[in-house]
Ligand binder design. Structure first.
Ligand SMILES: [Zn+2]
Ligand SMILES: [Zn+2]
Length: 142
């Protein structure tokens, strides 16, 4: 299981900055929200790692900023072309209820447990942003 949450970096040149991180005690913790820069730092030989210019692109001033950055990263992975073999009712909110038009289409975020049936009309990023409040904190195998 991995624990996904915001935490403060405890060492390195950006110690004290907030990041959205995943991992666990066994595999270690890693930065998810500023992941590109994090991978760059990790590819730097250990003895030069603290001098990597990529640190400049890691970490946020507040926990809210780290959550917001992770949300943008995950929304960037949103896929709207999912096709299921089963029919489901569209989950988009409409008035006091939901659309419920039968659909085989779904929206999906690959590296987060988000998968919602949405009809052709509602399978848009705007609708996903309205129904998905994530990422929040979560445990999972991803
Ligand atoms: Zn970030
Ligand atoms: Zn719909």
């Amino acid at each position: 299981m991995q624990h996904h949450t915001v935490e403060q970096l405890d060492k390195g040149p950006r110690a004290g900055k907030y990041v959205y991180a995943g991992g666990n005690r066994r595999v270690g913790r890693y930065v998810e929200c500023c992941n590109e820069a994090w991978l760059e730092v990790m590819q730097t030989p250990a003895e030069q790692r603290d001098n990597s210019p990529a640190w400049e692109r890691i970490g946020h001033e507040t926990a809210e900023d780290a959550y917001a950055h992770m949300r943008q990263v995950l929304l960037g992975e949103l896929r709207l072309d999912g096709r299921s073999s089963n029919w489901s009712g569209c989950r988009a909110p409409v008035g006091d209820g939901r659309c419920d038009v039968p659909t085989k289409g779904f929206a999906e975020i690959r590296s987060f447990p988000f998968l919602e049936p949405l009809c052709d009309e509602h399978r848009t990023r705007n609708v996903v942003e309205a129904i998905w409040k994530g990422p929040g904190d979560w445990y999972g195998s991803l």
